[in-house]
Design a binder for this molecule. Sequence first.
Ligand code: PAF
Length: 287
Amino acid sequence: MQTVHSLDPLRKEVARLRETGTLALVPTMGALHEGHLTLVREARARAAHVAVSIFVNPLQFGAGEDLDAYPRQLERDCALLAAEGVDLVWAPGVDAMYPQGFSTNISVSGVSEGLCGAQRPGHFDGVATVVCKLFHQVLPDVALFGEKDWQQLAVIRRMARDLDLTRPHAGDIIGVATVREADGLAMSSRNAYLTPRERTQAASLPAAMKTAISAIEAGEDVAAAIASLEAGLVAGGFASVDYVRLCDAESLAPLERRSARPMRLLAAARIGKARLIDNMAVAPAAC
Ligand code: PAF
């Protein structure tokens, strides 16, 4: 496994790997957990070679967010990736990714604007900008992202379609199902911020979402199901709920009632020092 920190060696290594087969990219911010390793395993099944990027991207953190506190553990991450048979780790410093004078911004309107986009202005511009750069740097045939960040996946797919990207094509941007702890909590590097008590309470988020989804699928009023979910989270130890919304799975347009198209229930809520997000599929209504 090669670990490179600047663009010239990256390009050489990418060219060398591409001579002998296809290349998959798993973009990450490090602090790897089983969710990331599942993406790596899926990448290995889809391409001859696997590259993983590790870059805590300052552009996607707002003022007062956890950029400085975000866990950084490159040595441990590289050991995990070597054990998974990864070929290449791209771990640039901030100066290599954003040299002096960098001034381009990619903004994907519509799908970026609601949900986390409304709570975290500029966040998805930062994501779209760095992912577009990563795609151009690594030129992957396929790229894999966790479905836990459903809105991020929708933004990246929209960007790839709108900009006619070819490496990868929008259709080769693969969403991989959320990996969960035994009690249902979605795996996230930010779960590390939780105290043991908060960690136990945090599992009420996926549980409450499942209850709300069953109610919605049984025909209960969407607003009532969401209101009771939100009240349950606060009663169960969450400090506040940023949003809970039923949305069209692709456009993320909010829905007041079940539709016949694929839908997701998406939620973000705060507990202790963590802001947790989750999303789950809701079965479409029969036409
Ligand atoms: O999901 C993440 O870890 C990040 O948002 C990503 C896609 C690596 C971009 O920085």
